[in-house]
Ligand binder design. Structure first.
Ligand code: COA
Ligand code: AMP
Length: 633
């Protein structure tokens, strides 16, 4: 039997045995005896009686294994001109002192700490320092506005917020501290402390009673040892877009996560200790958590933390420069990054002069890898270009190419095959399994493997309602697609109201709340329209209140400004269309699925429940006026 089939067989036949073996690779403080059990809420939990510390596994255990002098982290920041390198010894010492600094501020195991930082090494240090104390971090992406940060503060109720004085977007300095102050003021939860890293590009003013200076506190801090925590204790909460306005706090535990990270680094990415791994993402997203910080360090690799863009910092050769300079072995990025590079440099002239001989493979995720981008990358790099599909909820690949076991032939447009531990089935809307080639809901048979979310922070009911209840016995991924006759998975897009803009997951429901608050808007729907660069862009369809006298251009500007102010620039909301009516069922529900299909240029059938089919014709004509719909599926 081939290695991949053998692993699938072992993980399916006896998940407990399979994951017990994988767990043995880690340096537990107390090795687990219970491999898979249920907690008091009935949720499935991995390694319930194990004890460990994730910072210990990422740092101290690596030093103990002889990697103290090896590089752990390379920081490369074209936006500031800074570069720095830290060995495992240095990073361990830094994190241990940073943990001491947090301890001085009263942070103890179980406390939540919100981290709102740009792509600087201190962001990773802050995460690892929390992990060292058993505190639960919640990193919020720097592109989110104060209101979004406030929502997360109220849900996670942190004792401390760690931030930096600014982020830098290409050549723009974005002061973070005023935004954090505003978020703290907006939030109902009272944050006790705010720790601020002052960057030379911008000085933040500190409030004496609440704020502390990172550098000053760190200089006085004494190192602390890793605190043993239970396997099931949360390592972090990461908020992600749901279908309603309120983001979901995906909880990641310590034990299952560590095993999953270690396993995926070997199996999905095929790396070994000492390899250089670069995930060109942001610590604010799950890719940053799993494959900038935890995965590479747990596997004894060198991770690259890049504060820049694929283009304009300074040009479309930035990625090739970083790969060559740091001898990157494995690069992971979002397809949108390469669409941006290809747009500016279709002949890949910027590759010239960069020695990419160390680069073995390229991984893509975060959104569908469209075949033109796949073809361009394969032809340009002449190396395996591997799509893999996963979500914030799972923390690691559900489907991919198991290169550590065997390299499977690539099919353009497919995320390849299920990873060992995930039993993927395609179900119709009534929960009936569909055969090969038939498109339906992509579901994963329970139990989910280690690393996947055990719950939503403080909201088990939302976890069950959102993921488990529609298809009993399965986890509902929220994506639609099919398995072909060879068992390859094709992910075709979300089946709910989540859109993916430049690799950023966003909720249309949240944007609808913002548009709906405008005094002239009676009702609205936000849909994702195909876009050549960003994959999807949100477009608002708004129906005006009777008698509302507002000029469409002005309304557009006001709505764009409101989304930026409330959600953030990252939403890329650039267009609202005034429409006469929205398609509805006879009972008054907006037919969002039909709107979604229309917007993506997909074939759709007119729902039998529709109130007035003529609405669809009107809308089709209006949607056709939208520019930039070039990559309709
Ligand atoms: N902090 C503050 N603002 C941010 C930000 C951050 N971390 N990230 C993005 N923004 C802002 C941008 O400056 C831009 O603002 P603007 O409208 O005032 O110009 C806005 O949010 C939209 O950003 P983005 O969608 O990223 O567009 P872009 O034109 O700046 O860049 C790409 C386009 C394709 C280069 C960029 O989106 C990219 O690199 N995407 C990859 C995403 C990724 O790695 N995702 C992780 C999944 S693997
Ligand atoms: P996030 O939670 O931000 O990682 O976004 C997860 C969502 O992004 C998935 O549910 C998919 O809709 C989409 N996605 C991620 N990777 C892929 C991929 N390789 N192919 C298609 N869609 C993807």
């Amino acid at each position: 039997m081939q290695a991949y089939q053998a692993a699938i067989h072992a993980a399916t036949e006896s998940p407990q045995r399979f994951w017990e073996v994988q767990a043995r690779a880690l340096d537990w403080f107390r090795a687990p005896q219970k491999i898979l059990s249920r907690d008091e809420q009935g949720a499935q939990r991995w390694y319930a009686d194990g004890m460990l510390n994730t910072s210990h596994l990422c740092l101290d255990a690596q030093v103990a294994a002889g990697r103290g002098e090896q590089l752990a982290l390379i920081y490369d920041s074209p936006v500031t001109g800074q570069k720095a390198q830290y060995t495992y010894h240095e990073l361990t010492d830094w994190v241990a002192r940073a943990a001491g600094m947090l301890q001085q501020l009263g942070v103890v195991a179980g406390d939540r700490v919100v981290i709102y930082m740009p792509m600087i090494p201190e962001a990773a240090v802050a995460m690892l320092a929390c992990a060292r104390l058993g505190a639960i971090h919640s990193v919020v992406f720097g592109g989110f506005a104060a209101h979004e940060l406030a929502i997360r503060i109220d849900d996670a109720t942190p004792k401390l917020i760690i931030t930096a004085s600014c982020g830098i977007e290409i050549d723009r300095v974005l002061p973070y501290k005023p935004l954090v102050d505003k978020a703290i003021a907006m939030a109902e939860h009272a944050v006790e402390h705010c720790l601020v890293l002052q960057r030379p590009e911008c000085e933040a003013s500190l409030l004496e009673a609440r704020d502390s200076d990172w550098a000053q506190l760190l200089s006085r801090a004494t190192p602390v040892a890793p605190v043993p925590v239970n396997s099931t204790d949360p390592l972090y909460i990461l908020y992600t877009s749901g279908t309603t306005g309120k983001p979901k706090g995906v909880v990641r535990d310590n034990g299952g996560h560590a095993v999953a990270m270690h396993y995926s680094m070997a199996t999905v990415y095929g790396v070994k200790p000492g390899d250089v791994f670069w995930a060109a993402s942001d610590v604010g997203w799950v890719v940053g958590h799993s494959y900038i910080v935890y995965g590479p360090l747990l596997a004894g690799c060198t991770t690259v933390l890049y504060e820049g863009k694929p283009v304009r910092t300074p040009d479309a050769g930035a990625f090739w420069r970083v790969c060559a300079e740091h001898k990157v072995n494995v690069l992971f990025a979002a397809p949108t990054a390469f669409r941006a590079i290809r747009k500016e440099d279709p002949q890949a002239q910027h590759l010239a002069g960069h020695d990419l001989s160390a680069l073995q493979r390229l991984y893509l995720a975060g959104e569908r890898l469209d075949p033109p981008t796949y073809d361009w990358l394969s032809a340009t790099l002449k190396r395996p270009v591997l799509d893999h599909w996963w979500q914030t909820e799972t923390g690691w690949a559900i489907a991919g190419n198991p290169v550590g076991l065997q390299l499977m032939p690539v099919k353009a447009g497919s995320a390849t095959v299920p990873m060992p531990g995930y039993q993927i089935e395609i179900l119709d809307d009534e929960g009936r399994p569909l055969g090969a080639g038939k498109q339906g809901n992509i579901c994963v048979k329970l139990p989910l493997p280690p690393g996947c979310l055990p719950t939503i922070w403080g909201n088990q009911a939302r976890f069950e309602a959102g993921y488990l209840n529609n298809f009993p016995g399965y986890y509902q991924t929220g994506d639609g697609g099919y398995l072909d006759h060879d068992g390859y998975l094709f992910v075709m897009g979300r089946t709910d109201d989540i859109i993916n803009v430049a690799g950023h997951r966003l909720s249309t429901g949240e944007m609808e709340e913002v548009l709906g608050a405008h005094p002239a808007v009676a009702e609205c729907a936000v849909i994702g329209v195909a876009n050549e660069l960003k994959g999807q862009l949100p477009v608002g369809l708004v129906v005006l209140k009777d008698g509302a006298m507002v000029e469409e251009e002005l309304l557009n500007r006001e709505l764009i400004a409101s989304v930026r102010e409330s959600i953030g620039a990252v939403a890329s909301f650039q267009r609202a269309l005034v429409v006469k009516r929205l398609p509805k069922t006879r009972s008054g529900k907006i037919l969002r699925r039909t709107l979604r299909q229309m917007a993506m240029g997909e074939a759709y059938s007119i729902p039998s429940t529709i109130d007035d089919p003529a609405v669809l014709q009107e809308l089709e004509a209006q949607l056709a006026t939208l520019e930039d719909c070039a990559i309709r599926a």
